[in-house]
Design a protein around this ligand. Structure first.
Ligand SMILES: [Zn+2]
Length: 297
């Protein structure tokens, strides 16, 4: 009552006073936790150097407008960003992962798979299909970090291989956007075989005069780097993406030397000749279209 006593008794505030007045004995069930000032969850994001409004980030292709930090995005978002609107037709969707080794670490592989499938709504860590990029027809393949860190198991390898083989047959340029933690250890040797299989498909595509554009995004590592991702006729990378086989920490521990600044990042790899061009996300569509035109794709 004391808090609102400054207001005249005739104002509508009296209704508030009524609720503040002592009422029936309190019970545990009526006690609710105090409501915090309501900011909808995830409205703001912390980018490495500042807070950023999520809508601004989304409107800017998930790149911070201030510091240009390129956020990691899902395969669906990647397809949406690269393909002309409404042009993407998904292919090779009938493949689903198996567990022939009955692998179990902290969790059984088949339980882990199921949990990831429920979480992401995808069958495995890849999305492939035909689309147009600025009017140029292309076979597009995107790895998906949100599913088991984009790791390459049998389904990922087989999808890439089928996509490339289809593109070879139809003389279509292939664009693969990589982001991966590497081979999927739960599939052991079967996962490693995908490195050879995808590389062989690319070699045949190349022999037939096909174009393969590899786009490396943060992070592209392990068996993916060691196979198809580095076999592009043209290799593009998003700014500051980690691109490596073994990560910097492992290397530092092995060679016991201080690593140079920016080691294993896009710009560093461009300097050492592993990457042809560092392309900001906003320029990817134009750059891919330009390369397709240049190659007579
Ligand atoms: Zn920022």
């Amino acid at each position: 009552m004391t808090q609102i006593s400054t207001k005249p008794a005739s104002t509508p505030a009296t209704t508030v006073a009524a609720t503040a007045a002592p009422a029936a004995p309190r019970t545990w069930t009526e006690l609710k936790p105090a409501r915090k000032a309501s900011i909808p969850e995830g409205l703001w994001l912390r980018c490495p150097s500042m807070m950023i409004y999520r809508r601004h980030l989304e409107a800017n292709l998930h790149v911070c407008p201030e510091c240009q930090h390129h956020y990691r995005i899902s395969a669906s978002e990647r397809v949406k960003q690269l393909a002309d609107e409404g042009s993407f037709v998904a292919m090779f969707e009938g493949l689903s992962p198996m567990d022939p080794l009955k692998f179990k670490d902290l969790k059984a592989y088949k339980d882990r798979l199921l949990a990831e499938q429920i979480k992401t709504g995808a069958v495995d860590a890849i999305k492939a299909g035909r689309c147009f990029i600025k009017g140029r027809e292309a076979m597009i393949v995107c790895l998906d970090l949100t599913f088991m860190m984009g790791s390459m198991g049998s389904v990922v390898g087989e999808t890439i291989t089928r996509a490339i083989e289809d593109a070879t047959k139809t003389k279509t340029p292939v664009v693969v956007v990589s982001c991966s933690g590497g081979a999927r250890m739960q599939e052991s040797g079967l996962s490693l075989m995908q490195m050879a299989k995808t590389s062989a498909a690319i070699a045949r595509h190349d022999d037939a005069g096909g174009l393969f554009i590899s786009v490396l995004t943060d992070p592209t590592t392990g068996g993916v780097t060691a196979s198809f991702a580095m076999l592009g006729d043209i290799i593009m990378a998003e700014p500051n993406a980690l691109i490596c086989f073994a990560g910097p920490r492992v290397i530092q521990q092995t060679i016991r030397q201080e690593l140079p600044e920016g080691f294993q990042r896009s710009e560093f790899l461009k300097k050492s000749g592993f990457v042809d061009k560092v392309v900001p996300r906003s320029g990817l569509r134009s750059e891919i279209a330009r390369v397709i035109d240049y190659a007579g794709g």
